[in-house]
Design a protein. Structure first.
Length: 95
């Protein structure tokens, strides 16, 4: 995006993070989330946190999925049905 002179925003990061999450690439999802915050100053959003939760869920890591949910609430972000359903799915996959 930068090579085209475009500045990424929360929505673009969310889309890319979700794609990597669906492929179980937790490292890339975490890297992109950190880059959005550190390099571009994009504040955490419910959508990017949902992408993190999805990455942990796809990798059968319910504990970290729930940790992100708790961080969302602590940071004043309101979880939605997708958030809760994905965390539940994370624990369902563990059994």
């Amino acid at each position: 995006m930068e090579t085209l002179g475009l500045k990424p925003n929360d929505e673009s990061y969310n889309q890319v993070m979700t794609a990597f999450a669906k492929n179980r690439d937790i490292k890339m999802v975490e890297t992109l989330n950190k880059e959005a915050e550190d390099k571009y100053g994009i504040k955490p959003s419910k959508y990017r946190r949902n992408a993190l939760i999805l990455a942990y869920t796809k990798s059968n890591d319910g504990l970290n999925a729930e940790k992100v949910l708790r961080e969302m609430v602590k940071d004043g972000l309101r979880p939605d049905a997708i958030t809760y359903t994905t965390v539940i799915d994370a624990y369902k996959r563990v059994r």
